[in-house]
Design a protein around this ligand. Structure first.
Ligand code: CO8
Length: 261
């Protein structure tokens, strides 16, 4: 189903409906070079277009999800270059996917790596994962959501502490703070994430996508607007076959067969 060979990632379809993207620059702890990010976006868009895929998982290695943007690539860049090229604005493409994308995080998840994980719909972590926004140690600040999504995820005081000190938090702390949805033993993480993704992919596609869009809207718009959006989405699902099938199957005490129609 995938046509392109990638240099910086590995791509697989698992369980027929899960698209797995593995960041793969082992020598640099998966530092997010421009080339790696271009590969990631390309692969995610291919899965988005592939009707067989219902959910994506992005992961790294046991040692690192990603240790940030690539420092050697950034170090000599000038203001006029970063500003006029709108450096890293393309990263936001990850947040424009309609299908869900899960971050499965083992090891270091730092800087742009943590920001990438937060652009995904939720984070599952291995028990040895470490999260941080260490940009402050490089004389910069986070540039892809570290001051914004992290603050919404864990609250101002804790986010401010992480952004100003650059200290890392472990998986358990990240879980307790609400950054991470669930923690698994590190070696089981990817299998568990694929299981979760497979379960989501088996649900009605339109209800999954609308749930994603509605939850994401809650981060952007007022409560009244959000509630109205939710109610309209909810009502519109009664135009789908999957709603009829889901409710009929419940009453007949059988598993629904969703057709994404
Ligand atoms: N960029 C480039 N290379 C890296 C990076 C990185 N972010 N992180 C690690 N590497 C390289 C190292 O240079 C080293 O290479 P070599 O073997 O050639 O010397 C190799 O990976 C292994 O790293 P270490 O030897 O340092 O491994 P350790 O286990 O000793 O330490 C750490 C692991 C603690 C993770 C350490 O590597 C580290 O601190 N890395 C940098 C973390 C960091 O500062 N990240 C933030 C980067 S800035 C950023 O992300 C800005 C985001 C803005 C995003 C805007 C997007 C829109």
């Amino acid at each position: 189903t995938t046509t392109k060979a990638y240099e910086n990632i590995q791509v697989e379809v698992l369980q027929e409906n899960v698209g797995l993207i593995r960041l793969h620059r082992p020598k640099a702890l998966n530092a997010l070079s421009d080339a790696l990010f271009a590969d990631l976006i390309h692969a995610a868009k291919e899965f988005e277009e592939n009707d067989a895929i219902g959910c994506m998982v992005v992961t790294g290695s046991i040692k690192a999800f990603a240790a940030g943007a690539d420092i050697s690539e950034m170090k000599d860049r000038t203001f006029d270059h970063t500003y006029s090229k709108n450096m890293f604005s393309e990263w936001a493409d990850i947040t424009k996917l309609g299908k869900p994308i899960i971050a499965a995080v083992n090891g270091f998840c730092l800087g742009g790596g943590c920001e990438l994980a937060m652009m995904c719909d939720f984070i599952l972590a291995g028990d040895k994962a470490k999260f941080g926004q260490p940009e402050i140690n490089l004389g910069i600040i986070p540039g892809a959501g570290g001051t914004q999504r992290l603050t919404r995820a864990i609250g101002k005081s804790k986010a401010m502490y992480m952004c100003l000190t650059g200290e890392m938090v472990d998986a358990e702390t990240a879980y307790q703070n609400g950054l991470v949805a669930k923690v698994f033993p590190a070696d089981d993480l990817v299998d568990e994430a694929v299981k979760v993704a497979h379960a989501i992919a088996g649900k009605g596609r339109m209800s999954v996508m609308m749930a994603k869009e509605a939850v994401n809207a809650s981060q952007e718009i007022s409560l009244q607007e959000g509630l109205r959006l939710e109610r309209r989405f909810f009502q519109s699902l009664f135009a789908t076959h999957d709603q009829k099938e889901g409710m009929k199957a419940f009453l007949e005490k059988r598993t629904p067969e969703f057709t994404n129609k």
